[in-house]
Design a binder for this molecule. Structure first.
Ligand code: UDX
Ligand code: UDX
Ligand code: ADP
Length: 470
């Protein structure tokens, strides 16, 4: 049984496993941390001599520079890393199932299962196995069943759930100073001992009172609950933004007034064109599926509405653009500023910008896209996935990726702000105006720019959640 962790293996070098275990290595120089992945290109990027890391995250490069080669290693040799480790994080992807039972809702646990089977097959000493990926309730139980059914004699596995709450764009700060670290374990003596071993790892830099020890199922459900409630706040504020637009109220004033109530709190109340990211929608759909499987249809319907409202918000915003541009955008050129699902990340998973562009494309608009961080290949991949029967070549007839915001806005009828990159606040809006067809429309889907300032230049401005228009 493992009591003192000296070697950690992390299976999965993605958005969660990479930054999390890099920070553990930085903060625990006495522990050897090896992050492994099947994807060689990804591992090569983590190992690249000039630190061209596979994900963009402020502060991450600095962490990797300090720890890589000291006690932080990246490798494709999964078996060796499993064998050497006392503690293994399973941090593989858990996308929404695309086919079979629960398609479109349930999490696809294939990768978790394969990783678990691999651990059982190759481990020849006892391990603590930590479920890090967001998974439906009771996955730990399935992992335990697989491990116990396949383990060698004298090899013991203790399972912990340790969901990650970091947000992209602020991952390093979130990891350095987490609101809490949640560790779920069986309440047996062995479960508690495993929990203590992982607690000691985090205690190297996280205050003890922020490390919460709970039961396995509570831990698993808390992750889904936290994301569902965060997403629900955004859907609530977005629902109110529609009322604001219809009445002349101002959503920022409403959010501010509501947020002053300490029971509600001021954070995460920014109206937007809709939430994106790999977690919110996936986790809510997971919760919907779980509720349905538990024969709780009212609960399922309640949570499903959070996702429905998000779809509505994206549709509503697209429709406002069409309505305002005199009911048609066919053949009109428009600029979409931002493609990532939020600022300070190159990640595009479930980004609202994808839906907007899909909608504009179906109206036969000509579209210029600009994002400071997203790779061009990623943009084409995301768009071909949502436009049925398209290829990058076919899309290039009407969609252009621009090298700068200014370039994207040249000769367009309208500018749409889809991601809250701060550079869109400070671009030379006079220059943008001079280069645009008139009337020059701006649609601010992120409450980012100073509408009054833009109106003084001559723009017709529509801001999400503001009654006053143009
Ligand atoms: C989220 C959770 O915040 C994090 O705790 C969890 O571990 C993973 O999922 P992430 O998806 O990286 O993190 O980003 P987040 O900052 O939560 O933003 C999600 C989406 O909501 C983005 O599209 C963002 O633009 C949007 N958002 C966020 C709003 O529209 N308004 C807000 O007030 C906050
Ligand atoms: C509420 C608002 O709190 C107050 O700001 C507003 O001015 C009037 O409406 P009130 O109805 O007096 O005040 O009581 P409140 O403490 O908000 O509780 C309302 C109901 O919610 C009660 O039945 C309470 O038992 C229940 N509640 C409250 C819960 O079930 N769980 C909670 O965590 C909090
Ligand atoms: P997340 O956002 O949850 O971190 P990512 O998709 O960014 O998800 O990363 C998950 C990583 O896990 C991918 O790079 C994938 O190649 C890797 N992976 C999946 N299954 C295995 C496995 N059995 N062994 C090693 N790596 C795996």
């Amino acid at each position: 049984m493992v009591v003192n962790v000296t070697k950690i293996c992390c299976i999965g070098a993605g958005y969660v496993g990479g930054p999390t275990c890099a920070v553990i290595a930085l903060k625990c120089p006495q522990i050897q941390v090896t992050i492994v992945d099947l994807n060689k290109a990804r591992i090569d990027a983590w190992n690249s001599p000039d630190f061209q890391l596979p994900i963009y995250e402020p502060g991450l490069e600095d962490v990797v520079r300090k720890a890589r080669g000291r006690n932080l290693f990246f490798s494709t040799d999964v078996d060796k890393a499993i064998q050497e480790a006392d503690l293994i994080f399973v941090s593989v992807n858990t996308p929404t199932k695309k086919a079979g039972v629960g398609a479109g809702f349930a999490a696809d646990l294939n990768y978790v299962e394969l990783a678990t089977r691999q651990i059982a097959r190759v481990a020849n000493s006892s391990k603590i196995v930590v479920e890090k990926s967001t998974v439906p309730c009771r996955t730990a139980e399935s992992m335990r069943t697989i491990l116990e059914a396949n383990s060698k004699p004298n090899v013991r596995f203790d399972i912990l759930s340790n969901p990650e709450f970091l947000a992209e764009g602020t991952a390093i700060n979130d990891l350095f100073a987490p609101d809490r670290v949640l560790i779920g374990s069986l309440q047996s003596a062995e479960g508690k001992a495993a929990c203590a071993a992982l607690t000691n790892v985090y205690a190297n830099w996280v205050p003890k009172e922020r490390i919460l020890n709970v039961g396995l199922w509570s831990s698993e459900l808390s992750k889904l609950a936290a994301n569902a409630m965060l997403a629900q706040r955004i859907s609530s504020i977005n629902a109110l933004s529609a009322i604001c637009e219809a009445t002349g109220a101002n959503i920022d004033e409403v959010a501010n007034a509501v947020g002053y109530d300490s029971r509600v709190g001021p954070k995460f109340l920014k109206a937007s064109v809709g939430f994106g990211g790999s977690c919110f929608q996936k986790d809510i759909l997971n919760l919907v599926y779980l509720s349905e499987s538990l024969h709780l249809p009212e609960v399922a319907a309640y949570w499903r509405q959070v996702v429905d409202m998000n779809e509505y918000q994206k549709r509503r915003f697209s429709q406002t653009v069409v309505d305002t541009l005199f009911n048609t955008i066919t053949g009109k050129r428009i600029a979409v500023l931002g493609f990532a699902f939020k600022a300070d990340t190159g990640d595009t998973r479930e980004s609202a910008a994808i839906t907007l562009i899909k909608n504009f494309h179906s109206e036969r608009a000509l579209i210029n896209v600009y994002d400071p961080k997203v790779e061009h290949a990623q943009i084409w991949q995301d768009l071909t996935e949502v436009v049925p029967g398209s290829t990058a070549e076919s899309l290039k007839k009407t969609i252009t990726i621009s090298p700068s915001a200014l370039e994207a806005c040249k000769n367009v009828e309208a500018v749409i702000i889809a991601t809250e990159w701060s550079e869109f606040k400070t671009i030379d809006w006079q220059k943008v105006y001079d280069g645009m067809n008139k009337p020059a429309f701006v649609f601010d889907g992120r409450l980012l720019v100073d509408a009054e300032k833009l109106r003084k230049i001559g723009f017709k401005v529509t801001t999400i959640g503001r009654g006053e228009r143009l």
